[in-house]
Design a protein around this ligand. Structure first.
Ligand code: FES
Length: 134
């Protein structure tokens, strides 16, 4: 007799999301996996923002943390994110990992945009996919 199939509880690869990221302008909570960076979560939801090195060295991917907190499990360059800016809530999206539910604001010059509407539909739902980032 064959064993009963195991129910699928998390069909997407990787660990289940444990936190959410709200990007002002999208305003739909993006699920964030353990250890996932802000930038990776944005990409996984089908969006993009301006970024450069993706290694915490250039400072191009700065965002403003409005609510919640982020941590840096790996080193970031002091020149890319000076302590004074970090204290004011500026974060490097490519290295910042949410430690709780986080809301960020993205400056207009960072060009928040949807680059993969199908991913947006899958991750955030149909309503979110129909919105244009403000
Ligand atoms: S992309 Fe260079 S610091 Fe984030």
């Amino acid at each position: 007799m064959a064993a009963a199939p195991t129910p699928v509880t998390n069909p997407s690869p990787g660990p289940a999301p444990s936190r959410t990221l709200v990007v002002r302008g999208i305003d739909v909570p993006i699920p964030v996996r353990d250890g996932e960076t802000v930038l990776a979560a944005i990409y996984r939801a089908g969006y993009a923002v301006r970024a450069g090195c993706h290694r915490g060295g250039c400072g191009i991917c700065t965002v403003q943390v409005v609510e919640g907190d982020v941590d840096y499990p790996v080193t970031v360059c002091e020149q890319a994110l000076p302590a004074s800016q970090r204290a004011q809530g500026v974060a490097l999206a490519c290295r910042a990992v949410p430690v709780d539910d986080v809301t960020i604001a993205v400056a207009p010059e960072s060009r928040l945009r949807c680059i993969a509407p199908l991913l947006t539909r899958l991750v955030l739902g149909e309503e979110a996919a129909s919105r244009k980032p403000a």
